[in-house]
Design a binder for this molecule. Sequence first.
Ligand SMILES: [Zn+2]
Length: 215
Amino acid sequence: MTVDKDYRNTVCCPVLEDVEKKKQDLEDEIKQNLSRTKIIYNKVRERGSIYHEKFAKIYNDKCAYCGALWGLLPTESFEIDHYINEASFPDTTEGRIKAGRMENLVWSCTSCNRGKRGITIKAPYDELLNVDNGNIAAVFERDGDYYIRIRSTYQNDEFIRRFYEALHLNYETKRLDYMALQLERKYQTEKDEKKKHILGESLSLLLKRRNRISS
Ligand SMILES: [Zn+2]
């Protein structure tokens, strides 16, 4: 699917590429190194572990739902999301293996992940909201003030609205995360020391405000 612009990215952000393939490769790697692994989720969830970091890299360290950057927020602000929530699977070992398979795991900020917990994604929404292939960018967009909005095609779709609200995609914090990301990229590439300093100050003020709102 081609969309004019992925709301999760600023102009400086690299787009997600071959996410499904990279996830498969990581799964193969885990299974090869840890041959007794049944539930992949347990191997990538652990903060500070190599597989946790490799998993984040597949998503360019950004929340697959809102685009917030891991590096700009506290480490514990991110976790592994079950795309189809665990409640949709039987409460058995087999069910947990299925829920925790690599294909069903997504890199997410805690705000999106926890908000999404009570939402059960069923067909056709599983394809429509697919974050790995970018389909979700055809459902939401970024408005002129950097807020995430539902695209006009889906304005009257009740499930999409519920999903949007549950993940707090309309929140000020999601807007500030985007602005921070934009500032950070400008800061990184600015050559002029004075301008760089101002950008750095602005970024730290913005992040302070963001963290005040979210706490
Ligand atoms: Zn998020």
